[in-house]
Design a protein. Structure first.
Length: 78
């Protein structure tokens, strides 16, 4: 998402921005609309479930959704 900001000329205020910060910034700058923003929020939530120590492990379907969603984003938003 940092690359999307750079390629679109969107400035990032935070030194180490999170997915949420980048996503909110790109929506605010009209790079994409609310449906894409929500989709990226969902992927960020799935990423956090997979990466951070939580009360449960992600399901196989959630991991597949994350992988497929990232593949879709790299084709459509970049």
């Amino acid at each position: 998402m940092v690359q999307v900001c750079k390629s679109r000329g969107v400035k990032i205020a935070a030194k180490n921005p999170t997915i949420a910060i980048l996503n909110d910034t790109l929506k605010k700058e009209n790079v994409y609309e609310v449906p894409e923003w929500r989709f990226i929020q969902r992927l960020g939530d799935l990423r956090n479930l997979c990466d951070h120590n939580k009360e449960r492990e992600p399901t196989k379907d959630e991991v597949t959704e994350l992988i497929d969603g990232v593949a879709k984003l790299t084709k459509t938003i970049l």
